[in-house]
Design a protein around this ligand. Structure first.
Ligand code: BES
Ligand code: ZN
Ligand code: ZN
Length: 478
């Protein structure tokens, strides 16, 4: 569903709320009384950035001042202002806004981005369910291109899709249902999709995915999505891989309430971002060949479940001693990363809610990343992250860490004996299954929030979608 109807025009409409831009000390006073103007001026003077809200009974007037010099900070301030406006208007039916006087196209679009993302409503099952609102926004900003508008629409829709998937309770979204949702999106955006069921997964010897699935009554799925337009500028694809654990009970190493069991419907946030991203790239028709891979299952306790100490074989032939069944994400990713090898990809990125350790290390303000990609590729990813404020912090993959995963009975264990450097060890494990330039994003801290953080909504945030769309947009530009 579309949540934004964006008009570019110089003629303001009737019965709308207003967003006005204050430059230096000046405010366009035409829409305010002299008292209001005085009030606004007193509020914004000496400030680099401020949002002043006036309630004019039949409409709100928002005056924005934003003179932050750093472009990324300024854009983020605009997104936050957009969110504040959305909160003020949350209970008001009139969702028409005219934004007048923002000169810079990127600034204006960032405001709209924050407005729409900040108004996201978690789907509710039962009575009084309300959908996220649809905004009608007019911008009189010059120089905004049609492509900028369509990219913004696509990315907003895709973030909402990812959030909805993450917020779906496990009893509404098992591996089969997740794959069906991807199939629906493939039909809408015209990309190729194939969903492997249990038999095919067995035939491919995906021992990691099968082991994690062993204790479940729900079959696993492995979803392959391919967008390959005839005008693609790359012959070998970019591959995106997402962890799709639809519920992580921990398995036999069952989680306690203290390690977030009740949030574990969100353990498919990497998969949600991957599916939504492929949808976005296809919908925007970027001239890029991209592939999305989603291994999916729940992780359950049962007498049939994989037991601590079991040795399993990943599809690339490497064996793993499963010392802890709660380190399951890396097992299913091992199969997916091995599968990616057959594409001889230019670059692979995986997104996974992999370790509590990543969240403990840097919290919800950035995702942890690490990998073997070139410095140039890493710089592009980080720049895209800074631009959309889905920041990345790189952790090292020093060889010395490999010792931690030595096993007496298999090629490696899935956890070390000490909990130190848990996020890095996750990356070190995955590195065994890649033979191409690769980055791993550990989004455990950023994918699911306990409370709203401006336009990053409570619960599923859709993290990764905006970042990778920005990244691929830049790559497509050349
Ligand atoms: N899904 C969890 C990681 C997680 C924790 C995501 C908190 C979001 C919030 C993952 O499968 C897991 O359980 N990881 C273990 C790894 C450990 C056993 C090495 C962890 O982080 O405790
Ligand atoms: Zn786990
Ligand atoms: Zn998990």
């Amino acid at each position: 569903m579309k949540h934004l109807d964006l008009k570019l025009s110089n003629s303001p409409r009737k019965n709308t709320h207003l967003v006005l831009f204050a430059s230096q000390g000046e405010v366009a006073s035409a829409h305010m009384t002299s008292h209001e103007t005085e009030y606004v001026v007193s509020k914004i003077k000496d400030k680099e950035q401020e949002l002043v809200t006036l309630n004019q009974y039949n409409r709100y007037v928002f005056v924005i001042k934003n003179e932050l010099k750093d472009e990324n900070k300024r854009l983020e301030a605009y997104r936050s202002f957009g969110d504040k406006i959305a909160q003020t208007l949350a209970k008001i039916d009139n969702k028409k806004i005219d934004c007048l006087g923002i000169d810079n196209p990127e600034d204006a679009l960032a405001l709209v981005e924050g407005l729409v993302l900040g108004s996201y409503i978690i789907p509710k099952y039962g009575n009084n369910a309300k959908p996220s609102p649809t905004w009608s926004v007019l911008l009189n900003t010059k120089g905004i291109t049609k492509q900028q508008v369509s990219h913004l629409e696509v990315v907003l829709e895709s973030v909402f899709i990812a959030r909805d998937l993450v917020n779906s309770p496990y009893n509404f979204l098992n591996a089969t249902q997740l794959a069906s949702r991807a199939q629906e999106l493939a039909a809408l955006a015209n990309f190729k999709i194939e969903v492997f069921g249990k038999e095919r997964i067995k035939a491919l010897k995906m021992g990691g995915l099968l082991a994690v699935n062993q204790g479940s009554v729900q079959p696993p799925t492995f979803t392959v999505m391919e967008y390959k337009p005839s005008n693609a500028i790359n012959k070998q694809p970019y591959v995106v891989v997402g962890k799709g654990v639809t519920f992580d009970s921990g398995g036999m190493n069952i989680k306690t309430p203290w390690n977030y069991m009740r949030e574990m419907k969100s353990d498919m946030a990497g998969a949600a971002a991957t599916i939504s991203l492929i949808y976005a790239v296809a919908k925007a028709q970027l001239p890029l060949y991209v592939v999305g891979l989603v291994p999916s299952t729940d992780n359950q306790t049962d007498s049939t479940a994989v037991m601590p100490g079991d040795v399993i074989t990943i599809s690339n032939g490497k064996t793993v001693e499963v010392l802890n069944t709660d380190a399951e994400g890396r097992l299913i990713l091992a199969d997916a990363l091995s599968y990616a090898q057959k594409y001889k990809p230019l670059f692979v990125v995986d997104l996974a809610t992999l370790t509590g350790s990543a969240a403990n290390a840097i919290g919800q303000q950035a995702s942890v990343c690490m990998g073997t990609a070139s410095e140039d590729m890493k710089a592009k990813l980080k720049a895209a992250g800074n631009r959309v404020h889905e920041r990345l912090v790189e952790f090292p993959l020093y060889e010395e860490y490999r010792k931690g995963l030595e096993s007496e009975v298999a090629d490696m264990t899935n956890i070390p004996s000490s909990p130190e450097a848990g996020a890095i060890i996750g990356g070190i494990f995955l590195e065994n299954f890649v033979d191409y330039p690769w980055m791993h994003f550990d989004i455990a801290g950023t994918a699911f929030l306990g409370s709203k953080d401006a336009y990053r909504s409570k619960n599923g945030t859709g993290v990764g979608v905006r970042l990778l769309f920005e990244f691929f947009k830049n790559i497509a530009k050349g």
